[in-house]
Design a protein around this ligand. Structure first.
Ligand SMILES: N[C@@H](CCC(=O)N[C@@H](CS)C(=O)NCC(=O)O)C(=O)O
Length: 202
């Protein structure tokens, strides 16, 4: 049975977001907590030929890759009552049908002291996914993001909003992969003669 089948009848569910879900959940929830999950690293290794790219130029979005020494920070959202069914229905369209992600259950550790671990549903794009792109040098990933746009906007916005979330909500966390790609982005988006202050805020 898939996790969402097991949990449909639950009155309360936690959903962990680590990509666009941290800044654009777009479903109703009761409360949210910043925290992390262990055993996974976040990587821009998944393709996106709809939201942040197209069939000719697929964008790059994040997924989780198993790594026992790693952890990934994000936001867990608690949905209760009718929100459970509504959020699962919405995320099934956005994440599974639209994005090629599949569901799994993980242990979420809230940052607040004294808060116990919580079981949470997460959406992960596995390497056998048809639009999985896999590893690439940070500069190559930045170059690809710089030229991609899809139905919900530029791929660069997806990257910068995730980096902004980490700076604002997890300032103590050093996500080298994320910040290295963000640092390389301007070199591919703005010609050298475009001064810093003239560059649009995505
Ligand atoms: N499952 C991850 C990634 C979610 C994600 O970025 N999904 C894409 C679908 S490929 C999305 O919803 N994009 C909407 C957008 O970029 O505006 C999360 O928990 O945040």
């Amino acid at each position: 049975m898939k996790p969402q089948d097991i949990i449909r009848e639950k009155s309360s569910l936690w959903i962990f977001g680590y990509g666009s879900l941290v800044w654009k959940p777009d479903f109703a929830y009761r409360r949210s907590k910043v925290g992390h999950i262990k055993g996974y690293k976040r990587r821009f290794w998944h393709g996106d030929d709809f939201y942040r790219g197209d069939k000719e130029k697929p964008g790059r979005v994040v997924t989780l890759v198993e790594d026992e020494d790693a952890c990934t920070w994000g936001v867990a959202y608690e949905v209760t009552g009718s929100q459970v069914e509504e959020s699962l229905r919405y995320l099934n369209v956005r994440e599974v049908e639209g994005g090629g992600y599949v569901t799994a259950m993980v242990e979420f550790i809230p940052r607040e002291k004294g808060q116990g671990a919580l079981s949470a549903l997460v959406y992960i794009a596995a390497s056998d996914n048809p639009i999985y792109l896999g590893p690439a040098p940070d500069r190559e990933i930045a170059a690809q993001i710089a030229i991609c746009r899809g139905s919900t906007g530029h791929n660069a916005e997806y990257l910068v909003r995730l980096a902004d979330f980490m700076r604002l909500c997890c300032p103590e966390v050093q996500d080298e992969h994320l910040f290295a790609i963000e640092a390389a982005l301007p070199g591919f988006m703005f010609p050298p003669h475009v001064s810093e202050e003239c560059r649009p805020r995505l």
